[in-house]
Design a protein around this ligand. Structure first.
Ligand code: CUA
Length: 313
């Protein structure tokens, strides 16, 4: 789940990668050439005196400085132009994009797939699924402070600002797992603010999407039924939504399909029963400063609650 800024998973990040190597290559060449001249002039300096003005050596030096200034200008223009053309590609408005609204919170990501038909809207958290090949337009804003969305394998970095919408296009060239991080210091848990990005083949994506549209799985055993009762009787419902139940809070992540997600707590923990139970009973111990309060339950209630949550695929 580490992000590798040098790997490219699509055409937009490839553009940035190319720009990066152009800058690195030119800077390295300039460094080597400057050092070579330095070494040569230091060696020649032994015993030498300054050449009198108007001598051939002085004229030679002036010409060399002129050439160096000219070369520097050419290099700067080349770098500026490559930057300009790369930006035209990565910031272009995509055709027929999949629209996804991303809202950054301290310290998690709210993800909502936009659709003209309100019954076809999907809400999830900390996990972004996308179809391979189709551009995904993120419409991003922040709920509290400034955050920044950075998915280096798919495109560059863009800030999320309260009360303002910024846009970023992602294109994945092949199916696989990617990550995005928050790249702007946003408080105590800035470092634990990740998005799992999953690129699917189009049919797989459609399957995922349809599964997300369904309400939460109904309890199929008395134990699961008890787990749901514990949840609905707890303070969890004040902040979390589970479609198909009375839990309809909007302050925290939507839990309707929690068990289908890879991580909990925005990438702080892998998603399994033991860690989920630990997270519910002591979120401050795992992610100090998180706005999720601890839920005090006896061991039996915690076990059935966790069992119910892990059934929400
Ligand atoms: Cu959100 Cu840093």
């Amino acid at each position: 789940m580490n992000t590798n800024a040098l790997l490219s998973g699509g055409p937009l990040s490839a553009e940035i990668g190319q720009l990066f190597w152009i800058f690195v290559g030119i800077a390295a060449a300039v460094y080597v050439v400057v050092l070579a001249f330095l070494v040569v002039s230091l060696r020649r300096r032994e015993g030498a005196r300054a050449a009198p003005p108007d001598s051939p050596a002085a004229r030679h030096a002036v010409r060399a400085i002129g050439i160096a200034v000219g070369l520097t200008t050419v290099i700067l223009v080349v770098l500026a132009l490559s930057d300009f053309f790369a930006n035209r590609v990565i910031a272009a408005t995509p055709e027929n994009p999949l629209r996804v609204r991303v809202t950054a919170h301290q310290w998690w990501w709210e993800i909502e797939y936009v659709d003209a038909d309100p019954t076809r809207r999907v809400r999830t958290a900390n996990e972004l699924h996308l179809p391979v090949g189709r551009p995904v337009q993120l419409e991003m804003t922040a709920d509290d402070v400034i955050h920044s969305f950075w998915a280096p394998e798919l495109n560059g970095k863009k800030d999320l600002l309260p009360g303002y919408t910024t846009r970023l296009t992602l294109v994945a060239a092949r199916a696989g797992d990617y990550t995005a991080e928050c790249a702007e210091f946003c408080g105590f848990q800035h470092a634990n603010m990740r998005v799992a990005i999953v690129a699917h083949d189009p049919q797989d994506f459609a399957r995922w999407y349809d599964a997300q549209l369904t309400p939460a799985a109904e309890p199929v055993s008395p134990e699961l039924q008890r787990g749901r009762d514990v949840l609905l009787g707890s303070t969890c419902v004040m902040c979390h939504n589970i479609t198909g139940t009375d839990a309809s809070g909007v302050t925290g992540p939507d839990l309707t399909h929690l068990a289908s997600r890879r991580w909990i707590a925005a990438g702080a923990l892998p998603n399994d029963a033991a860690r989920l139970a630990a997270w519910i009973s002591d979120p401050q111990g795992i992610k100090p400063g998180t706005h999720m309060p601890a839920t005090r339950l006896d061991a039996d209630d915690l076990a059935v609650l966790t069992h119910y949550l892990t059934s929400l695929r």
